[in-house]
Ligand binder design. Structure first.
Ligand code: BGC
Length: 749
C-alpha cells in the first residue's frame, strides 16, 4: 500500500473498516492492509493462533516491565520513554502494530481494582509520564492507544455506570492528562471507555469524542472502542468512533450501511472514520518498515531490573541502636520471611497480564548479593489461607530471632485485586500483620517489603517496623531490583504517586464509591488525592510525593520568573549525605487569593537530579502556563488568572523546602453582559455606572448605608439587570436595556 484515497471506497468497505476482523486485528479491505492491536500496557500480550473468545488465554513470552503503579513511582518521564521504546521493539518482534496503552485514568479511590494499571492520583504527573511513554513507543513505529477515555475510575459496573462529574473536575482532573498526551505526543489511537459520562456512553459521546478530542484538542488519529464497549454502532459512529473492537462478524457494519441508506447517519461521517482507519493502516505499514533493534530478552530483562529499582519507594528508615537497618550489611546474617519472597507478586490480573520471559525470585536475588552471609528463609504465611498460620508464624519468628536482621515480604495476592472488580477495603491480611508484630518483637532490625497494586493502610506496618520499602508491582525483574535496593547497590529515589491515608474513611470518595444504580457521583469535585487531604487538613500515613533516600538533600535559592511560556522555577539542590543519590524535586503551585475554588496547592512541575555526595546543581524547571489555568464554566474555556502565585519547591506534598511568589499576567476573560448579568457585574464594566445612571437613576444609598438595616449596595449588586425593569416603573424598556448592554459589550470587545 503506498497511498490511499478513501473517497472511492464503496460504503460497504468503509463500514467494514470500522470493525475488527477478529479479537486482535482489523480487516484487510481492498488494498488496505490489516493491522494487529494487542495489550499492553506494561508488556506485550501477543496471542497467536486460535484464541479464546475473551482474549484471555495464554500469550507469547514477553518482558513484564513494572506496571504503571510501579513505573509511576519513578517520577521519571525519561525512563517511562525508555520503557515505551523497549515495548515498541518487542511489539515489532511479535508482529504488533498498536500496543493498547498507556492507561492514564486518575486513581480517584484506592479501592479501584485497576489502579495498578494507572499512574497516579494526579493529572500533571500521569500526563507527563504517559506522554513520554507514548513518544518512546511510537518512535519505534508502533502506535499507542491512550485509554480508557474517559472517567473510568471504578471497575464496579464499569460497562454501564455513569460517571457523574461537574465540568471543572472533569476538565481539570479527569481529562487533563488525556489532553496533555494528545497534544504533546499524538498517540495513534485513543480508546474510549466502557462507562457513561454524565449519562452518555463514552462510545456514543459526541461531546467527548468529537467536540473535545478532535475539535478542541486537534486529535487526528483513530478512536477505537474498548473491547465490547459499543452497544449501538450507528450512534457510536455518529459520535466519532472509528473502530469497533473486537470484530463481531460484520453485523454492525451492515447496520452502518443501512443507517446511511436510510439517511439516519451522515455518509461523510462514515467516510471520515474509514479514512482514519486507512491512515492508521498506512502508519502501521510504514512502522513495520522502520528500523528497530532486534528483541534481546536478556537486555530487556536487565532494563526491567534497572527500571524497577528506580520504582522502589523507601517509606521509612529509622535507626535501631543508632544505625539504620537499610541498606543491609553483607557482613550480617539475614532471615528472609514471607511467601512473596519465593513467589513474588509482580503484576496485576486481567487483560494486561503478561507471560514473562523469566521471573526474578527475590530470595535468590538477595542470596546472590548477600556476599556469603547466611540467609535463612521462612514462608511465615500462605496467600490462599491454607496451612497452619500459628506454626508458620512461629517458624518465621524463630528464623528472625536467630539472624542479625529480618526482611519481611508482605502484600496482596493476585486474587485480592484485579481488573473487573474493586476492593472493599485497603487492609493487609490480618495474619500478615500479626506475623510482622511478632517478628519485630523478636527482631527489632526488621525491614518490610511491600507488594501490592492498590494503596494499603500502612499505619500498623509503619508503627511496627523501623524500615519499609514499597515495591508496589515491579514486573518480572522486581526481585533483583529489590535486592539492589536492600543492599544499597541502588539508592532508592522513587516517590509515592498516591497518598497513603490513615484510614479508608479519610479518602475523598469514601461516601460515593463505587456508586449505585448505575451512577457514580463525583461528590468530592476537584478535591482528589492530595488536593483533598490538604484542603481538609487531614493527617495522612504517607503523603503524595513522599520517598526517602540513603542520602539527604538540601534546597536553596528558589528564584521564580514568569513569561508567556509559564513560570520558571530555579532552585539549587545539594546532596548533603555520604552516598550518591537522585532527588525528585516537586513544584506545587498555590493561588490563595483565587477568584475560584481551588485546592490549597497543586503539583505543576517536577525534575530529578542525580548528585554525588557534596555535589550541587541548579535546576531550572518550566511550570507550563497551560497547567496554571482553571476551567471557567462561564466561558467554557481555560483561563489563567492574573496576579500573585505562590510556588513551593518540595520533597513531597507535605515537605515544602522553599517558597516564593511570582506575578503572572492573566488571560483576558471578557464575558458578554446579558439581561442576566448582575448589577455588580455590569457596574464593574468601564463606563457602566454613568450609562446606567443616565438610563435609570439608581437609588441613592445613604452614607451610613443603614436605611433598611442592610448594606444596600451589596444587596443590589446581586440583582440581574433585567429584573431592574420591574422596579423602574415602566420608565425603562427592555429595548433600552438591550441597547445599553450592546454598547457596553462592544466597548469591552
Ligand atoms: C480492557 C482494555 C483492554 C481490552 C483488550 C478490556 O477489557 O478494559 O484495557 O485493552 O480489554 O483486552
Amino acid at each position: 500500500m503506498t497511498s490511499h484515497n478513501p473517497a472511492p471506497l464503496p460504503l460497504e468497505q468503509q463500514a467494514a473498516l470500522g470493525s475488527g476482523a477478529d479479537f486482535w486485528s482489523t480487516k484487510e479491505v481492498g488494498d488496505v492492509p490489516s493491522l494487529v492491536l494487542t495489550d499492553g500496557p506494561h508488556g506485550v500480550r501477543r496471542q497467536v493462533g486460535a484464541t479464546d473468545h475473551l482474549g484471555l488465554a495464554g500469550s507469547e513470552p514477553a518482558t513484564c516491565f513494572p506496571p504503571a503503579v510501579g513505573l509511576g513511582q519513578s517520577w521519571d518521564a525519561r525512563l517511562a520513554g525508555e520503557v515505551g521504546a523497549a515495548l515498541g521493539v518487542e511489539s515489532r518482534a511479535l508482529g504488533v502494530d498498536v500496543l493498547l496503552g498507556p492507561g492514564i485514568n486518575i486513581k480517584r479511590d484506592p479501592r479501584c481494582g485497576r489502579n495498578f494499571e494507572y499512574f497516579s492520583e494526579d493529572p500533571y504527573l500521569s500526563g507527563r509520564l504517559a506522554a513520554s511513554w507514548v513518544r518512546g513507543l511510537q518512535g519505534t513505529g508502533v502506535g499507542a492507544s491512550l485509554k480508557h477515555f474517559a472517567a473510568n475510575n471504578t471497575e464496579h459496573d464499569r460497562m454501564r455506570s455513569s460517571s457523574d462529574i461537574a465540568p471543572r473536575p472533569l476538565r481539570e482532573i479527569y481529562l487533563r492528562a488525556f489532553q496533555h498526551v494528545v497534544q504533546t505526543a499524538q498517540p495513534w489511537t485513543v480508546m474510549c471507555s466502557y462507562n457513561r459520562i454524565n449519562g452518555t456512553y463514552a462510545s456514543e459521546n459526541h461531546w467527548l469524542l468529537t467536540q473535545v478530542l478532535r475539535d478542541e484538542w486537534g486529535f487526528d488519529g483513530v478512536v477505537v472502542s474498548d473491547w465490547g464497549a459499543v452497544q449501538d454502532r450507528v450512534k457510536a459512529v455518529a459520535a466519532g468512533l472509528d473502530l469497533e473492537m473486537p470484530g463481531n462478524g460484520g453485523t454492525a457494519d451492515r447496520q452502518v450501511v443501512e443507517a446511511v441508506e436510510a439517511e439516519e447517519l451522515d455518509a461523510d461521517v462514515v467516510a471520515r472514520a474509514a479514512a482514519r482507519v486507512v491512515a492508521l493502516a498506512a502508519k502501521a505499514e510504514a512502522g513495520r518498515a522502520a528500523p528497530v533493534p532486534a528483541f534481546d530478552a536478556e537486555a530487556h530483562h536487565a532494563l526491567a531490573r534497572q527500571v524497577a529499582a528506580r520504582c522502589v519507594v523507601l517509606l521509612k528508615n529509622e535507626p535501631v541502636d543508632e544505625r539504620t537497618v537499610l541498606p543491609l550489611d553483607t557482613a550480617r546474617s539475614l532471615a528472609v520471611i514471607g511467601e512473596f519472597a519465593r513467589n513474588p507478586r509482580y503484576q496485576g490480573g486481567g487483560s494486561s497480564h503478561v507471560n514473562p520471559t523469566r521471573v526474578d525470585i527475590p530470595l535468590d536475588e538477595i542470596r546472590a548479593l548477600a556476599g556469603g552471609a547466611d540467609v535463612g528463609y521462612a514462608a511465615g504465611y500462605t496467600t490462599d489461607g491454607s496451612g497452619d498460620a500459628a506454626a508458620l508464624r512461629d517458624e518465621a519468628v524463630g528464623a528472625a530471632a536467630a539472624a542479625d536482621t529480618a526482611v519481611v515480604f508482605l502484600g496482596l495476592a493476585a486474587h485480592q485485586e484485579s481488573e473487573g472488580f474493586d476492593r472493599e477495603h485497603i487492609e493487609l491480611p490480618a495474619e500478615q500483620l500479626e506475623l510482622l508484630a511478632e517478628v519485630v518483637r523478636a527482631q527489632p532490625r526488621t525491614v518490610v517489603v511491600l507488594s501490592h497494586g492498590g494503596v494499603l493502610r500502612l499505619g500498623p506496618v509503619a508503627e511496627s517496623a523501623p524500615a519499609v520499602l514499597d515495591g508496589a508491582l515491579l514486573g518480572q525483574a522486581g526481585g533483583g531490583a529489590l535486592a539492589d535496593v536492600l543492599y544499597g547497590r541502588v539508592n532508592p529515589s522513587a516517590r509515592l504517586t498516591e497518598t497513603v491515608p490513615v484510614r479508608i474513611q479519610d479518602t475523598p470518595a469514601f461516601l460515593d464509591f463505587p456508586g449505585e444504580h448505575g451512577h457514580v457521583a463525583y461528590g468530592e469535585g476537584l478535591f482528589v488525592g492530595h488536593r483533598w487531604y490538604d484542603a481538609r487538613d487531614i493527617a495522612v500515613a504517607f503523603p503524595f510525593g513522599h520517598g526517602l533516600s540513603y542520602t539527604s538533600f538540601a534546597y536553596a535559592d528558589l528564584e521564580l520568573s514568569a513569561d508567556a511560556e509559564g513560570i520558571t522555577a530555579r532552585v539549587t539542590v545539594t546532596n548533603t549525605g555520604e552516598v550518591a543519590g537522585r532527588e525528585v524535586v516537586q513544584f506545587y503551585v498555590a493561588k490563595p487569593d483565587s477568584s475560584v475554588v481551588r485546592p490549597p496547592q497543586e503539583l505543576k512541575g517536577h525534575a530529578s537530579v542525580d548528585l554525588a555526595p557534596g555535589e550541587s546543581e541548579r535546576l531550572s524547571v518550566l511550570l507550563d502556563r497551560a497547567d496554571l489555568a482553571y476551567w471557567d464554566i462561564r466561558g467554557d474555556r481555560w483561563v489563567v488568572e492574573g496576579g500573585t502565585y505562590e510556588v513551593r519547591a518540595a520533597a513531597s506534598s507535605r515537605d515544602i523546602r522553599a517558597t516564593g511568589t511570582v506575578e503572572v499576567t492573566g488571560d483576558a476573560l471578557v464575558l458578554p453582559l446579558t439581561l442576566d448579568s448582575t448589577l455588580g457585574e455590569v457596574m464593574a464594566t468601564p463606563g457602566a455606572a454613568e450609562a446606567l445612571g443616565a438610563l435609570m437613576p439608581m437609588p441613592q444609598v445613604a452614607a451610613d448605608n443603614d436605611v433598611l438595616g442592610v448594606d444596600m449596595a451589596r444587596m443590589m449588586a446581586s440583582i440581574p439587570v433585567g429584573r431592574l425593569l420591574a422596579f423602574a416603573g415602566g420608565a425603562v424598556t427592555p429595548a433600552d436595556l438591550d441597547k445599553l448592554l450592546t454598547q457596553l459589550n462592544s466597548a469591552q470587545a
